[in-house]
Design a protein around this ligand. Structure first.
Ligand SMILES: [Fe+2]
Length: 294
């Protein structure tokens, strides 16, 4: 049943200027014309956004707000049980609303005093170089749509729940925010597609699906796990391996299924040393060497 994923639905703009979000055949909202029109309208707002303008305000419907209330309450409970202390404390300081979907401007207003990160709108997938590179300026590109109301605890694509309850709770930690900035600085140093893909994959196995040991228990810090009602309970069943940059950067993975192999740090210190240390020093050449020796 679960193909919970990180795969954005493609967005296109026709010659007439009409914006269309192409939902997959399995998407819970694919046969709901009202939902599809809604998705197109929200994507159009993001596509028309220009840097420096006010972030588009979305008038969320009662149905959308209800989806948020359900999933925010469930994920808050699961976070207490499965997330690491660094994330739980960051989420407590950020204190995102549980009763309504926060506008991106509201997320930024809460995050900026903590770590300086600001949210800007994205229609869907942002080119990797732009998405990761913007971390250098403490900017995070975020979608604004929300999953279909028929399945509030499931989404086949990253939605506001993932971007906000996953990433913003992580970005409220000064330690994780600094690591994101290091990723952004690395993007400015690299030029090959191989190095960019390697960076994205190390990020995937750390900031999206990373876990760490804490008081003898495995706890998560990755945004993909923090925002997944199903996977947050399953990660303890995964094969856990010690941090290994070469493996993380070259391992093939299927983003439509729960991850069978996860990389487990012994502490936030180790994430900073190994993952942060890699991002801080990576170059096209250092990645080429790592890839060659696989
Ligand atoms: Fe993400």
């Amino acid at each position: 049943m679960f193909t919970e994923a990180q795969l954005y639905s493609p967005v296109s703009k026709g010659a007439d200027g009409d914006v269309t979000v192409h939902l997959s055949d399995e998407h819970p909202g694919v046969h709901d014309p009202a939902y599809r029109a809604r998705r197109n309208a929200i994507a159009a707002l993001a596509l028309n956004y220009r840097t420096g303008e006010p972030v588009p305000h979305i008038e969320y419907t009662a149905e959308e707000e209800q989806v948020w209330r359900i999933v925010a309450a469930e994920l808050a409970r699961k976070r207490e049980r499965y997330a690491c202390a660094e994330v739980i404390e960051a989420a407590d300081r950020l204190s995102l609303p549980a009763d309504h979907i926060p506008q991106l401007s509201e997320v930024s207003a809460k995050l900026v005093p903590l770590t300086g990160f600001r949210y800007v709108p994205a229609a869907g997938l942002v080119p990797l170089r732009e998405f990761f590179g913007s971390f250098a300026d403490r900017i995070f590109h975020s979608t604004q749509y929300i999953r279909h109301h028929s399945a509030p605890l499931y989404t086949p694509e990253p939605d506001a729940v993932h971007e906000i309850l996953g990433h913003a709770n992580q970005l409220a930690s000064p330690r994780f925010a600094a690591l994101y900035e290091t990723v952004g600085a690395a993007v400015a140093r690299i030029s090959t597609e191989t190095a960019l893909k390697f960076l994205a994959d190390v990020f995937w196995f750390s900031m999206e699906f990373g876990v760490l040991r804490e008081h003898g228990e495995v706890r998560c810090y990755g945004a993909g796990l923090l925002s997944s009602y199903g996977e947050i309970e399953e990660f303890r069943a995964a094969e856990l391996r010690p941090l290994n940059i070469r493996e993380m950067g070259t391992r093939a993975y299927d983003i439509t299924h729960y991850q069978p192999v996860l990389y487990c740090a012994e502490s936030v210190d180790e994430i900073e040393e190994v993952v942060g240390g890699f991002f801080a020093t990576m170059t096209d050449d250092s990645v080429a060497e790592l890839v060659e020796t696989v």
